[in-house]
Design a protein around this ligand. Structure first.
Ligand SMILES: NC(=O)c1ccc[n+]([C@@H]2O[C@H](COP(=O)([O-])OP(=O)(O)OC[C@H]3O[C@@H](n4cnc5c(N)ncnc54)[C@H](OP(=O)(O)O)[C@@H]3O)[C@@H](O)[C@H]2O)c1
Length: 338
């Protein structure tokens, strides 16, 4: 059988019999452009490992890339059609092949991590650099738990670290029930902050269990009008603005956004003027150090995966439609091998 070649992120595919199932999209569009195909399996380069994927996720980045939103993202992903045919940035699985220059991993190792810019995890196999954001699984974690950690938590770390979140600070996490929100609550608590989580009442128990000291239901109370002030406001769902939050920041306080070009300009402006700052570092960095940091937190019982729904790889369209409702609690997992 002649197998179709779909670049799964490292630019190499094998010639012969080795195939895999993958979720492919040939054009930008609604979730229905995603379909399962038998494609060639990637061949790992010398410094890469080939991983047999057991679980992956559908996240906001997958949805944005597939829909080519915002439009200018096409300059990076292909103007007329997607250059990267297979989405998926997070994976957990087992090392099937280790390239000759990989010293850290062996065949059979259970690993988890990310392929953030090139994707390719919505498939049975992925080839990734051994030195990249990849680590052995946290002790006691399932593949589904480990896979639901990296994206939200590393993005949240990319916001909280430049904001210098530390012990004794008061941190408000707005949108505390999403992927970055649940990560933000747990990380701010792990850094020793006093955490106020803003979400709907149905998620109060969850965010308290993640380390929130106080909770506010945004449908009942507008935190920007209750006269309370915070050292840090982390807008984990991009629904607030610096102007709206400024009066709720203490002197020297920081507003940490997760998106918006406007916030880049504000970060540059407020770095020079005013005592309340917007801190927003782009592009985010995805490092092995951070994957190891999260593994350590999980093993210490200070971080856990928050999984809303689980789907099979074949149910990717349904999973994607659910993610695009913007109502998920934590993360949505795709199980690849059962
Ligand atoms: N910096 C980067 O590189 C990067 C990459 C990807 C995504 N992002 C950004 O990261 C942010 C979060 O993405 P995510 O995937 O973590 O989000 P998500 O998981 O899709 O967030 C969903 C959650 O947000 C809550 N929510 C929805 N509307 C809300 C509102 N008006 N107020 C408070 N909570 C609300 C929902 O709870 P309810 O249904 O109960 O309201 C739901 O639990 C977005 O702003 C996205 O643009 C940034």
């Amino acid at each position: 059988m002649l197998m179709r070649r779909v670049d799964s992120g490292n630019g190499r595919t094998c010639e012969g019999w080795s195939s895999m199932r993958a979720v492919v999209h040939d054009r930008y569009g609604p979730p229905e452009v995603l379909h399962i195909e038998e494609v060639e399996r990637p061949i790992p380069k010398d410094d890469e490992v080939l991983i047999r994927i057991h679980a992956t996720t559908v996240n906001r980045s997958d949805c944005a890339l597939r829909a080519a939103e915002p439009f200018f993202s096409r300059f990076l992903t292909g103007m007329r059609r997607p250059r990267q045919g297979i989405l998926g940035s997070e994976f957990a699985g087992v090392v099937e092949v280790a390239g000759p220059s990989v010293t850290e991993f062996n065949i059979g190792d259970r690993v988890f991590g990310m392929k953030p810019w090139k994707f390719g995890a919505h498939a049975e196999f992925i080839a990734v650099q051994g030195s990249g954001p990849l680590a052995r699984m946290p002790e006691g974690s399932t593949f589904e738990e480990a896979v639901a950690v990296c994206d939200g938590a590393i993005l949240a770390l990319n916001c909280l670290r430049p904001g210098k979140v530390r012990t004794g600070q008061s941190v408000l996490v707005y949108g505390a029930s999403g992927s970055m929100g649940t990560a933000g609550v747990q990380l701010a608590a792990a850094f020793g902050a006093h955490v106020t989580a803003v979400c709907t009442t149905r998620n109060f128990d969850l965010v308290r269990s993640l380390g929130a000291d106080e909770v506010i239901d945004y449908t009942q109370e507008d935190f920007t009008k209750n006269r309370r002030t915070y050292d840090v406001i982390f807008d984990a769902v991009g629904k607030q603005s610096f102007a709206g939050c400024k009066a709720s920041l203490k002197h020297g306080g920081v507003y940490l956004p997760t998106d918006g070009l406007r916030n880049l300009a504000l970060a540059a402006w407020t770095s020079r003027i005013g005592d309340r700052k917007v801190v927003f570092d782009l592009p985010p960095k995805f490092t092995k150090k951070d994957v190891l940091f999260l593994k350590g937190l999980m093993e210490a019982g200070k971080y856990r995966a928050v999984i809303d729904r689980r789907y099979s790889l074949e149910q990717v369209v349904e999973a994607t439609k659910y993610v695009e409702l913007h109502q998920k609690v934590g993360n949505v997992v795709l199980t690849v091998v059962t």
